[in-house]
Design a protein around this ligand. Sequence first.
Ligand code: GDP
Length: 460
Amino acid sequence: MSDSDTQNATDALRTPIVAVLGHVDHGKTSLLDKIRGSAVSEGEAGAITQHIGATAVPLETVSTMAGSLVDPDDFDLPGLLFIDTPGHHSFTTLRSRGGALADIAILVVDVNDGFQPQTEEAIDILKRTGTPFVVAANKIDTTPGWNPQDGAPIQQTYEAQSQRARSMLDERLYEIIGQLSDSGFSADLYWRVQNFQKNVGVVPLSALTSEGIPDLLAVLMGLSQRYMKDEMAIDVSGPGAGTVLEVKDEKGFGATLDVVLYDGVIRAGDQIVVGGTNEPIVTEVRALLQPRPNAEIRTEKRFDKVEQVGAAAGVKIAAPDLDDAMAGAPVRVVRDRPLDDVVEEVRKELAQISVETEEDGVVVKADTLGSLEAMANALKEAEIPILRAEVGDIAPRDVAVASTAGEDVHQVILGFNVEVLPDARRELEESDVKLFSNDVIYQLVQDYDEYVEEIQRAQQ
Ligand code: GDP
């Protein structure tokens, strides 16, 4: 942001956007649920705000939860916005203006399990996007002889353990710290870290008992306040900018966008530009929707209409012509600018996520633009050529395209985190096209390599 921007009279600090990632079963969902749940049980009404795709925890709630660890007077950031859906590491590959959509990440690692393939993948992505992160060393309650200390900061709890429990936990924690170091990050237990920009803080915690969660919140808050304040300064009345989390059909609204807004404001009636599979889509916001508190899933009225939403926030946008919109694509409000400029901006941003395709190769489908890019990078490294790469579920057209590949080993579809549409499944059965589907990139590459070897052996 330029100086003139930061001196704008309507400048304010927005909420940092936090993503949770890590290997399956390491406790991402439990951790998010716990943060939301404890916020609600400890605070009054308004302790958190449920957005579309995200949960906002205001500073006051963070400070209630974190007790002596967070003095609200030390902070001027408004709180933390957690992206709700963990697990799909694609979330960390969601971009904003070339960087990562998330400002900070929590990397959850099960202390019993250490680094696993999805932990490694997450680390690679964090490295590539330069996203600061904190490690949640989860499930410390499973340490044999664990002795919880009610409500104490985790350092105190850690120091109060029997020698036996302490040394068992230490062994696990230092293995994680060692693995972080092997990945190029100097890390330590968070209370020993002086500079969170240089070193990764490891917070031992339990998503089951909540021990250590106040500490995690305090570290996230402190890290953003100290090192990210400049990036959080936005023009609150400027044209909104966001990233599509998901494109969803909603009864009564047709295709809608679940968006995380990271800049400016979006209003009902605004003209917007959205990244589409072919061309940027130009349309007008018909309604901005937020989840209705306590709404039953089955009731028709699951959403409340709001007139405007300011960053950072999650919101559902209902508008015509959104069928071709892509998860991971940029959304821009046009307001007070020439439409052509905004279209060009969206086109440029999409072009940054370029995937090189060849005359012959495999077909790649992925759930978001970011994950498509991550797939393309992994395939390039493995020297696997790509014939076509697209965001979206596997459709009959993909089977048709894959069957046109020249070499047998290229008549393949690699699907990352996507579904196979019923028609495509039928076509797959009737064709020679082979499908590999997974939500772990390295596994897809490995499965494909093994398949190629198998074919080559059979041909000898
Ligand atoms: P995710 O796949 O990373 O979202 O993992 P989940 O949150 O679904 O957790 C996987 C399993 O680990 C579940 O059975 C949880 O109950 C359990 N679990 C998560 N966190 C903890 C923890 O801190 N302690 C213990 N003992 N179990 C946990």
